[in-house]
Design a protein around this ligand. Sequence first.
Ligand SMILES: Nc1ncnc2c1ncn2[C@@H]1O[C@H](COP(=O)(O)OP(=O)(O)OP(=O)(O)O)[C@@H](O)[C@H]1O
Length: 278
Amino acid sequence: MSTGPTPVPHAPQDDDVIVDVEKLWTVFGPPEHPVVIHQDLDLRVRRGEIVSLVGGSGSGKTTLLRQMLGLETPFRGQVRVLGEPASCMGGQGASSRVGMLFQHGALFSAFSVLDNVAFALRELGNLPDALIRDAALVKLQMAGLAVADAAKMPSDLSGGMVKRVALARALIMDPPLLLLDEPTAGLDPESSDSFCALLGSLHREMGLTVVMVTHDLDTVFELSTRVAVLAEKRVIVNGPVREVVAFDHPFIREFFLGQRGRRAMATLPEPAPAAQPV
Ligand SMILES: Nc1ncnc2c1ncn2[C@@H]1O[C@H](COP(=O)(O)OP(=O)(O)OP(=O)(O)O)[C@@H](O)[C@H]1O
């Protein structure tokens, strides 16, 4: 005869859901003057997607990335990454689950390029130096930098190189999920195009899942498999870019249907014709 409580079966896990944000509330400020940033926000990101988060200034896009990285704890609701609450992911080993490219690269200015890239591996404290160095050099080259760049200091780098070093650092432990905050901000059009091409090829080669915040329409059109629009404290629409553009909302009209938006739209391939029943 069995004793004790009957185990409650877990809800079936969908392994393809990499990020699951459910009924998220984010509230800043003191309890007497709360500022609600997200209210009942839902978002799911599946394996292999590149989801662009777009929205007006202050709509809470960066805050949502920080929630996914576990740097902010939800006021209410859930942010789960790879099936676990993101806020439990902090500390050692977090970089093997999620890589983050911060808006301005956020390199350690007193460390060389190599030491910036190798940082998370060194923190593990149990790997031989030669292995750490080789792993960092591989990632630097994947990010389009040369072995000779490894000894440079961050102050010697162009804006495009800073982004590449930050990307190599984010990928050092081969995380399945990459978060990008304004990946092309501050780059000239040529560097921006080549950084987008690099992100696209890494996404294909490494099978990465990517969530990125961007104001740059060309980046949205070039890379996204899906676009999620943040407005009114939640995701108001979420789908392939053509569907999102057809959604009637003042932010969408302003963001996508201005002159730049129409120009970028013109570069989109025509959708494939719908399959005919046989
Ligand atoms: N730790 C914090 N404490 C208090 N307020 C915060 C905190 N972090 C963010 N905020 C506020 O939350 C709001 C959303 O900020 P967030 O940076 O996420 O917006 P965003 O959509 O990324 O904006 P932008 O496009 O201008 O970068 C802003 O009003 C910001 O001032």
